[in-house]
Design a protein around this ligand. Structure first.
Ligand SMILES: [Zn+2]
Length: 285
């Protein structure tokens, strides 16, 4: 069993049955404790990693009695329940940190390097030290913050809720049309050029959950347009164009319009509406 788990990068402490254990995920800094496992029996174990949102069960082939199978199923259910409880605790902790930082944050410095480089005003952002903060809401509650560093690195709070959570540029109230985009700079650029409110899903995977929630929340009269990123740098490497696929799926899921950036001639670097806006203005990154 230890060998089977080791093949998945999970290193176990021998003799640790039936209880929940934490381990360091291999792709994160030492001490991250982002992984967990539970050994159900000499033949079955489950493990998962929080940051990747994965849960897997490893079983060794061989004879097993109905009693043992039932016991394994029970323990797997308990492991899932336990994982769900831990996830909720981590989300609650992150939400608390988000509220604290958001309250303490100061207004953004308009000369912040990220804003200056993108040539955008700081719609709905605040600042903490050198970091820009973008609030993320779920059902009207602040649940997470995206921190944008001067060099454009973006990170949410550890353990914080992302699925379904969103940020906003502009005002939804009274809008006849609402746009949905992946990132803050894209949203800000779209708002600058088109004037509509833009809901920010943060990443491609979250476009559809956010789009669905938005469709439920708005009346039918309000049109929704999904504004995708075109990850053509991925296509160029033979990988799926994640942004394009997610945008199309989201638009189909809620019967929304789809808008993709149309690129400038002789330009191979732009991937989103913010890039295109800068590119057309001349210069940029
Ligand atoms: Zn361009």
């Amino acid at each position: 069993m230890a060998d089977a788990l080791a093949r998945h990068g999970v290193l176990i402490t021998p003799g640790a049955w039936g209880r929940f254990h934490r381990f360091d995920a291999p792709d994160k800094p030492k001490g991250n404790a982002n992984g967990w496992y539970i050994i159900h029996s000499p033949r079955a174990a489950s493990f998962g990693m929080w940051h990747l949102d994965i849960t897997e069960t490893v079983t060794l082939a061989g004879p097993s009695s109905p009693e043992v199978s039932a016991q394994i199923r029970l323990e797997m259910m308990q492991a899932r329940l336990r994982q769900e409880q831990e996830r909720q605790m981590r989300e609650a902790h992150a939400a608390e940190q988000a509220r604290c930082w958001w309250t303490q944050a100061r207004p953004t410095d308009p000369s912040h390097p990220y804003l200056a480089r993108k040539r955008l005003p700081a719609y709905n952002l605040r600042q903490r030290g050198g970091m820009l903060l973008m609030p993320m809401y779920l059902d009207g509650e602040l649940v997470n913050l995206e921190r944008i560093s001067p060099d454009g690195m973006k990170r949410t709070l550890p353990g914080g809720r992302i699925k379904g959570a969103a940020s906003l540029v502009g005002r939804l109230a009274g809008a006849e049309s609402v746009l949905v985009a992946e990132g803050w700079s894209t949203a800000a650029a779209l708002h600058e050029t088109m004037g509509y409110p833009v809901v920010i899903a943060r990443n491609a995977d979250n476009l559809e959950p956010v789009a669905r929630r938005l469709r439920q929340r708005l009346t039918e009269k309000v049109g929704i347009t999904i504004c995708g990123d075109d990850d053509r740098h991925l296509s160029a490497k033979g990988k799926p164009n994640k942004g394009r696929i997610a945008a199309r799926h989201s638009a189909l899921a809620i019967d929304a319009k789809l808008l993709m950036p149309s690129f400038c001639e002789d330009c191979e670097t732009c991937t989103d509406f913010a890039d295109v806006r800068l590119c057309r203005q001349g210069g940029g990154e």
